[in-house]
Design a protein around this ligand. Structure first.
Ligand code: CP
Length: 319
């Protein structure tokens, strides 16, 4: 594999899940693969899970790791071409990226949607510049439109916890005080659409996601109805995608918070969230603390997800 920006790049999802199962059972089996290879992780945005799990995954593979927080200690980077650089940004991304490429073998990039321009976000302006100018295999650690490492971890977790071959998966919007990108729900939808699981997305009107991602999912505006018979509840907030309201918070209606009354409508569903989660906005304390909450094993699988992806990228370096 030469690049990982979408779950689709893993190829056959069943085969990818088998590879992840092997990695989980044999975490130190490939330590020579990463020997004398360096991973550079570049963060334009904050992270807890992605940073720690990807670093741990790289160490399990015998790699060296360098982490750069672009907004803490590095030169402020200009990203627009043609700008007269007489402001507070002394370095341009177009020099910085190939320089970064000189110091590593693989680059991971976290760069969220900025909500300034929908087209720029959905064209993955920052991530694609790394792909074009770094000269290295690049993987997404959450970009403007997708978070494939999270999605792969989610799918590994569903595989481990599902009790039927074709579980009912419900992705529900839930309230949040700030505008959050669509990367996680887009990416989750993209992943579930690779399976034959029943898939329902529920959200208030106005929160429709890009149909390119939601695909075959049934959209249900009645959250109670959506929850009926669900085997997994995947909660997430996202800001509006539609033209004219892109990146806006249209509602903070707490009647959409996932609580025990709604979970009682399900088939004793497991509760999932990518974290970080705002308690009593997205989900009540009792639900996230319940035995049906699998947010911690889900986060733990971020190491398995990252290690499986890094392993494929390392194999790709040798090809
Ligand atoms: N879920 C996730 O990506 O967490 P972080 O933002 O903490 O990395």
């Amino acid at each position: 594999m030469k690049e990982f920006t979408s779950i689709r790049q893993l190829g056959d999802i069943r085969e990818a899940l088998k590879k992840a199962d092997y990695v989980k059972k044999n975490p130190y089996a490939d330590q020579t693969l990463g020997k004398n290879r360096t991973l550079l992780m570049i963060f334009f945005n904050s992270s807890l899970r992605t940073r720690l799990s990807t670093q741990k995954a790289a160490m399990n593979l015998g790699m060296n790791v360098i982490v750069l927080d672009v907004n803490q200690g590095a030169w402020k980077l200009e990203t627009e071409r043609g700008v007269i650089m007489d402001g507070d940004k002394p370095e341009h991304l177009l020099e910085a990226i190939p320089v970064m490429g000189c110091y590593c073998d693989i680059i991971g990039v976290r760069s969220f949607a900025r909500f300034e321009n929908k087209e720029d976000d959905y064209n993955e302006l920052i991530l694609n510049q790394f792909i074009k100018y770094s000269g290295r295999p690049v993987f997404s650690m959450e970009a403007a439109t997708r978070h494939p490492l999270q999605t792969f971890a989610d799918m590994i977790t569903i595989e481990e916890f599902k009790k039927t071959d074709k579980p009912k998966i419900v992705m529900t919007w839930a309230p949040h005080p700030k505008a959050l990108p669509q990367a996680v729900p887009n990416s989750f939808a993209e992943g579930i659409n690779l399976t034959d699981y029943e898939f329902v997305i529920t959200h208030p009107e106005g929160y429709e996601l890009d149909p390119a991602f939601t695909g075959r999912a049934r959209i249900e505006y009645d959250q109670d109805k959506a929850f009926e018979g669900a085997d997994f509840i995947y909660a997430k907030n996202w800001a509006a995608y539609k033209d004219g309201a892109y990146g806006k918070v249209l509602s903070t209606d707490r009647s959409w918070t996932v609580d025990s009354r709604k979970m009682a409508l399900t088939n004793n569903a497991f509760f999932m969230h990518c974290l970080p989660v705002r308690r009593n906005m997205i989900v009540t304390d009792d639900v996230i603390e319940s035995p049906q909450s699998i947010v911690i094993p889900e986060a733990a699988n971020r190491v398995v997800s990252a290690q499986t992806v890094l392993k494929e990228l390392l194999i790709g370096l040798e090809a």
